[in-house]
Design a protein around this ligand. Structure first.
Ligand SMILES: Cc1cc2nc3c(=O)[nH]c(=O)nc-3n(C[C@H](O)[C@H](O)[C@H](O)COP(=O)(O)OP(=O)(O)OC[C@H]3O[C@@H](n4cnc5c(N)ncnc54)[C@H](O)[C@@H]3O)c2cc1C
Length: 425
């Protein structure tokens, strides 16, 4: 096994999170920055997202996914970032040794000054949601179907039902309709939309594709190939409501039922994972619980917009370069964030108190249930209000952000934990 000299920063994954981290690490002065990507090209999931809607916040442009990725890939290459594609990281250690295998280089061990985890996430499958019925061909995750249609160039079916109102499912509903397929329905088990409202409008409403909330697939029918699904309405506990079952003929069922951050490598390195997000606990610099290992993008928590992933990549890349160059350690004086009323999780989960003396700090969160009336997003130290922001509404499919102002420093300095809640105005 080849052992190469130490790299300043090794980035695992070349999606928008990894690319942004590489660009900033280089700009911050890291000499040797290496991206390792298991795919043949740089860009991550964006390569199959040929629809537009990328970069509206960061670049003030509405780009297709591959164009967005290309901008960052070109920038990284121009800055001298090294890339190793078609190469899979198999293992990392808390001491930042990286074991990578590729057809060209065989198995190699690298030593990293700092590591950025940017492995993205994967889709939940039929096995994970346990849909009963036969096991015919014609059941795919929405992302797999997206790859077939947009990259491989073939249609996985002609008549579709989509389970789940996540963004990938809605985007695929429109894409398949473009290609002449019949999209019968999108079924959502929750009583609310789980993806972005803009995707509901642009992908379902505009194409006349019906969405049925509080509905699920009770059974898949068909032997060699899917012939129909049995849909049913559910109550608040997801129990089928008698008398509501309906057979919907179709030849393909697409699943858009959630994403899981890819953290097998993080676990191997001893990185502590948040059971709610499925990703590492991170601080304001995107440092995980293992010093020198940082994380960015969907590996931390599932983002709705690429712009936030890019921003997280910038933060992680900057922190990783500083760690590699100066051995900058996280402060021991940290405050934790707790999810309060109607908040599912908050990222970062911890923050160095002193970081607030340098700049305001952004918190990102998801709510548990929609609130369609005016709300306050509040940060509290016990009963004391630390910061708050007004929102017109909150929805689980749309990430909520709040900036903790520098003026909050005096209160934060005294706190061990701050709770974050969303309440009616
Ligand atoms: C279908 C879909 C549609 C979307 N539409 C929009 C939209 O319209 N607008 C918008 O703003 N956002 C959109 N998003 C969200 C946004 O694109 C994603 O949040 C973002 O691309 C995630 O970036 P990432 O870098 O975290 O992960 P990814 O892009 O998933 O990149 C992770 C990379 O890591 C690599 N990798 C994983 N493990 C290893 C390993 N062990 N060794 C080597 N490499 C590894 C993978 O091959 C992959 O290339 C969409 C997302 C999806 C999935």
């Amino acid at each position: 096994m080849a052992v190469t000299p130490r790299c300043d920063v090794v980035i695992i994954g070349s999606g928008p999170g990894g690319l942004a981290a590489a660009v900033t690490a280089k700009r911050e002065g890291a000499r040797d920055v290496l991206i390792i990507e298991r795919d043949k090209e740089l860009g991550g999931i964006l390569l199959q997202c040929i629809h537009n809607g990328f970069g509206v916040e960061t670049l003030k442009q509405d780009l297709p996914g591959p164009a967005y990725a290309q901008r960052f890939a070109q920038e990284a290459l121009a800055l001298g970032v090294r890339v190793l594609t078609d190469a899979m990281v198999l293992d990392i250690t808390p001491e930042r040794h990286v074991f990578v295998t590729s057809r060209h280089g065989g198995l190699a061990e690298l030593e990293a000054g700092a590591i950025v985890l940017a492995m993205g996430c994967r889709e939940r499958t039929r096995a994970q949601i346990r849909i009963p019925g036969t096991r015919p061909a014609g059941v795919y995750t929405a992302g797999t179907a997206q790859r077939f249609v947009n990259i491989e160039g073939w249609m996985p079916g002609g008549r579709f039902v989509i389970l789940g109102s996540g963004d990938i499912g809605m985007i695929m509903a429109r894409r398949l309709a473009f290609e002449g397929a019949q999209v019968e329905r999108v079924l959502e088990i929750m009583p609310f939309l789980t993806g972005l409202t803009r995707n509901y409008v642009q992908c379902l409403l505009d194409y006349g594709i019906p969405l049925e909330l509080s509905h699920t697939v009770k059974r898949i029918l068909g032997n060699r190939r899917v012939e129909a699904v049995e849909a049913v309405q559910v109550d608040a506990q997801w129990n089928p409501i008698p008398g509501t079952a309906e057979i919907i003929p179709c030849d393909t069922l697409l699943l858009s039922v959630g994403l899981i951050p890819e953290n097998e490598l993080s676990r191997k390195a001893g990185v502590a994972l948040d059971p709610v997000t499925g990703g590492p606990y991170v601080d304001q610099g995107m440092q995980t619980s293992v010093p020198g290992i940082f994380a960015a993008g969907n590996v931390v928590h599932v983002y709705d917009l690429v712009d936030w992933v890019t921003e997280a990549g910038y933060v992680a890349g900057r922190s990783a370069a500083r760690f590699a160059l100066t051995g900058e350690k996280p402060s021991r004086d940290q405050v934790r964030f707790r999810a309060g009323d109607n908040v599912r999780y908050v990222v970062p989960q911890v923050m160095d108190k002193e970081s607030l003396t340098q700049a305001p700090q952004r918190l990102q969160m998801r709510v548990v249930r929609p609130m369609e009336q005016k709300v306050w997003v509040e940060v509290l130290n016990g009963d004391e209000l630390v910061a708050r922001k007004a929102e017109r509404y909150v929805r689980p499919g749309e990430m909520v952000t709040l900036e903790l102002p520098q003026s909050a420093y005096d209160t934060v300095r005294r706190a061990e934990a701050l709770s974050v809640r969303v309440v009616r105005r």
